[in-house]
Design a protein around this ligand. Structure first.
Ligand code: PLP
Length: 391
């Protein structure tokens, strides 16, 4: 049973089928003038249309990248350098993914000033605090659409409106949100948006950045001038074809699959809280991604829990696990005000459209026993707090 879909998802067979010819007979370079090149170019532009359509953008506003991390880097570094003539202040939140946070740390080293907005106990960024942090110097605001660990959905539409009113560029990392919630670049006040294919049943190593017409960006990667000069390098045609197909399917099936996942998620949340004593839900009760349930258990070590569940055939994670295997305390749990001794027993369940209610019931049948066994095995106070970061 695979419950770690915020780390990555299985490629949808329909996506794979569409990708396969672009590895073999349709292998052309999209920049070549001959028929092989034109075939690849047409596939690239078809995928661009699909991505644009899924978010209410126009095809020219889509830049293909190698994934969420690169898109975040291009958005933040690109907007910071291109707009530094106007000011050097950036606003973000303390619970962003490391692809945003580490880029902000890098930019601080380059002379930019960054405000890290706090979150409340349910993981929400306060719109008023975002407003107060804005100044004439602010050139960029980056707030994720929903958090990858605890699933809290942020008020991006409101923050985007504030940013744009003040003349700052608004970026959102929508890696966990695309195909889970409807996102529309105009209605949601988005100017830059990060997308990663492998979170919605597309292939790994391919993503996109939505760049609203008129938003100034400086490239991070220089070379042959592909992607309107914003991302040089021969395009990953099979991957991009996969991204286009995955987002098209994901958005077309979103209503139904989000509804199903929410029901499974709620069964898991209610079942866990009622069956396991000393269990707590992290994040927001309602403003939560349809596929996320994040718990902490008193007197249990998260990694031991994940490994024991794995032995029982259930793959989940300790909070987040799509960055390198870090043993640091999760910055998200710390920002929630959860003390290390409370947070060490964390478990993230993240669903996909392929999970079933039967799997939720099997999980609920297994979990209380595993938690109980671990509590008996590990003497209280003998544990060290370890939770993976990122992802
Ligand atoms: N942003 C968020 C919110 C994520 O969850 C991830 C996951 O890894 C990333 C960015 C990085 O995306 P990628 O793995 O495509 O580089």
């Amino acid at each position: 049973m695979y419950f770690d879909n915020s780390a990555t998802t299985a490629v949808d067979p329909r996506v794979l089928e569409e990708m396969l010819p672009y590895f073999t007979e349709r292998f052309g370079n999209a920049s070549s003038m001959h028929s092989f090149g034109r075939e690849a170019y047409n596939a690239l532009e078809g995928a661009r249309e699909r991505v644009a359509k899924a978010i209410g953008a126009s095809a020219r506003e889509i830049i293909f990248t190698s994934g969420g991390t690169e898109s975040d880097n291009l958005a933040l570094q690109g907007a910071a350098y291109a707009n530094q003539g106007k000011g050097k202040h950036i606003i973000t939140s303390v619970i962003e993914h490391h692809a945003v946070l580490s880029t902000c740390h890098f930019l601080e080293g380059q002379g930019f000033r960054v405000t890290y907005l706090p979150i409340d106990q349910q993981g929400l960024v306060d719109v008023e605090k975002a407003k107060e942090a804005m100044s004439k110097e602010t050139i960029l605001v980056s707030i994720m659409a929903a958090n990858n660990e605890i699933g809290t959905i942020q008020p991006i539409r409101e923050i985007g409106a504030i940013a744009q009113e003040a003349g700052a560029v608004f970026h959102t990392d929508a890696v966990q949100t695309i195909t889970k919630l409807p996102l529309h670049v105009a209605k949601d006040n988005l100017q830059l948006m990060t997308i990663s294919a492998h979170k919605f049943h597309g292939p790994k190593g391919v993503g996109a950045l939505y760049v609203r017409k008129g938003v100034k960006l400086r490239p991070v990667v220089y070379g042959g001038g592909q992607e309107r000069g914003l991302r040089s390098s021969t395009e990953n045609v099979p991957g991009i074809v996969g991204l286009g197909k995955a987002i098209e399917i994901g958005v077309a099936e979103m209503e139904e699959s989000a509804e199903r996942m929410s029901r499974i998620r709620d069964r898991i949340i209610e079942g866990t809280l009622s069956k396991v004593q000393g269990s707590h839900l992290n994040g927001h009760r309602n403003r939560r991604l349809c596929n996320n349930a994040h718990f902490r258990f008193d007197g249990v070590e998260g990694e031991a829990l994940v490994l024991s569940m794995d032995v029982s055939g259930i793959a989940a994670s300790t909070g987040s696990a799509c960055s390198t295997r870090s043993t640091e305390t999760s910055h998200v749990l710390r920002a929630l005000g959860i003390r290390p001794e409370e947070g060490r027993g964390s478990l993230r369940i993240s669903l996909s459209k392929f999970n079933t209610m039967e799997e939720a019931d099997l999980f609920l049948a297994e979990l209380p026993e595993v938690v109980e066994r671990l509590r008996l095995l590990v003497p209280r106070g003998a544990m060290t707090f370890r939770a993976s970061g990122g992802g």
